[in-house]
Write a protein that binds this ligand. Structure first.
Ligand SMILES: [Zn+2]
Length: 476
């Protein structure tokens, strides 16, 4: 696709010693295992008074998560809590405490929640961010990146696979580790597992297996994409397995996840669809409207019933018509709605990427990546369906797009370099917006109280180093 705009001159990749710049790819670096912390530093206050040099940074009103083991109540089925207001979520998402050396990191630019600092710094202790500010750092930095931009680690809430594996694979534990490592090598430090439609028995087993990985902290949650989807907009879902939502099957599958199912994509126009939206939200999960033939009014009703997101808006849904605006417009005009978009140059025209970003809704970059992301092109499976991957596109035999081979890192570059989206806007759509969408209170922001997930971006927006829970997982 021809870029509509040329990259600004200051975005031309700069020479950085020791940084192999491969066009369109981040360098994949083997990741050392993160050693477990022998003695959790519980006596250390996690939130020191932030030395905020800039008045724009919000006060750390976040509940201070401490690296304790999840409380026993988190293992029981999720209580009815509003999806975005559950203070227990942050605690639940915490992985095993990690050994993390206190460190001060300085950057030429720092993308903070409500401001961009040039230069700026981030202070980290015990795997948490304890300060972030503008100007010269308060003491000698341990790491300094004067030519680079520091941002929160990417948060991908809609991913099916990568590195040759899929979350739907029979051995989901092995697959999940492979997928997480593949996306982490490109700066994604928080990943939610998306499942394509499968027979209910298989779905239940896979959800139960992945729930354990969420409880261990490898994954941030599970997204059920199907089986309650419209046959008319099934995309790469097996039509024979699609069904109208019934309360029993929703209850069964969500409970199999022991509170880890955080998102369900649903076509609200199906029989029982609006009741299903209320049921999903009642479990504390996000009801996302997608793979749908809903018209504008039905979409508004689903939002009124509690739906707060649109699944890859424009893709696999009824399209906009000037007399029947359909689901896309109903989603994008609502500031309370999070709008997923796949910015890979295949799913959406760059002008539509810009249109979504500038809409009243809150944009969320997702990859919708299938197994070929970060792996060789060729023949793959997506659920039960055969997918051919070539020329950066994943398609069924009939030409239907079947997910992407995207990483969030590439999505941000496409949005900035091709669609003309400002860097900080693109970064927020890949960090704090997705974290907010699924209620992850301690992710997606370089702000006190957040888990110390940080990426270093070079001038071409390639990820050159990644910090997860305060430990480097790709070299600094
Ligand atoms: Zn998907």
């Amino acid at each position: 696709m021809t870029p509509l705009t040329s990259p600004p001159a200051d975005l031309v990749p700069a020479e950085r010693s020791g940084t192999p710049a491969v066009a369109g790819q981040d360098s994949a670096v083997p990741m050392p295992a993160v050693p477990a912390l022998a003695a959790p530093m519980l006596t250390t206050p996690m939130l020191t008074t932030p030395t905020l040099a800039a008045p724009t940074l919000a006060a750390p009103t976040l509940a201070t998560p401490t690296p304790t083991a999840p409380t026993p109540t988190l293992a029981v089925p999720m209580p009815v809590v509003p999806a975005l207001a559950a203070p227990t979520l942050a605690t639940q998402m915490l992985p095993t405490p990690t050994l993390a050396t206190p460190m001060l990191i300085a950057g030429g630019t720092v993308i903070a929640p409500d401001a961009v600092f040039s230069p700026g710094w981030v202070d980290i202790r015990a795997g948490r961010i304890v300060g972030c500010g503008a100007g010269e750092p308060p003491r000698k930095p341990d790491f300094s990146f004067p030519e680079s931009t520091l941002a929160a680690g990417y948060v991908d809430i809609h991913t099916h696979g990568g590195g040759g594996s899929s979350f739907n694979d029979a051995d989901s534990s092995v697959a999940a580790a492979q997928i997480a490592a593949t996306h982490r090598a490109h700066g994604t430090t928080t990943l939610m597992a998306s499942l394509v439609t499968a027979p209910l028995d298989e779905f239940e087993r896979t959800v139960a297996a992945l729930a354990g990985l969420v409880e261990q902290g490898l994954l941030a949650g599970i997204h059920l994409e199907g089986p309650w989807l419209s046959p008319a907009h099934r995309g790469a879902h097996d039509e024979a397995l699609l069904r109208a939502p019934d309360p029993e099957s929703i209850d069964r599958i969500i409970r199999a996840g022991r509170g880890t199912v955080r998102m369900v994509t649903i076509a609200p126009e199906l029989e029982g669809g609006l009741a299903a939206v209320r049921q999903i939200v009642g479990f504390g999960a996000v009801a996302a409207i997608g793979h749908t033939d809903a018209n504008y009014d039905m979409t508004r009703q689903a939002i009124a019933a509690g739906a707060t997101a649109g699944t890859h808006v424009f893709n696999a849904m009824r399209q906009i018509h000037h007399r029947e605006p359909g689901p896309a417009l109903a989603l994008l005009e609502d500031p309370a709605v999070f709008a997923e978009l796949i910015a890979d140059g295949v799913h959406l025209h760059p002008a539509i990427v810009r249109f979504i970003i500038e809409s009243p809704s809150r944009p969320v970059f997702v990859t919708d990546a299938m197994a070929a992301a970060g792996a060789d092109e060729g023949e793959y499976k997506l659920g039960a369906l055969d997918v051919s991957v070539s020329d950066g596109q994943a398609r069924l035999a009939d030409g239907t797009i079947a997910g992407s081979v995207l990483t969030l890192s590439e999505a941000v570059r496409f949005a900035v370099h091709t669609a003309g989206v400002p860097v900080e806007v693109a970064v927020r759509a890949a960090t704090q917006n997705p974290a907010d969408m699924i209620g992850l209170a301690d992710r997606g922001r370089l702000a006190p109280g957040n888990r110390a997930d940080l990426i270093v971006l070079d001038a071409g927006l390639q990820v050159t180093a990644t910090l997860q829970s305060g430990a480097w997982v790709t070299p600094a």
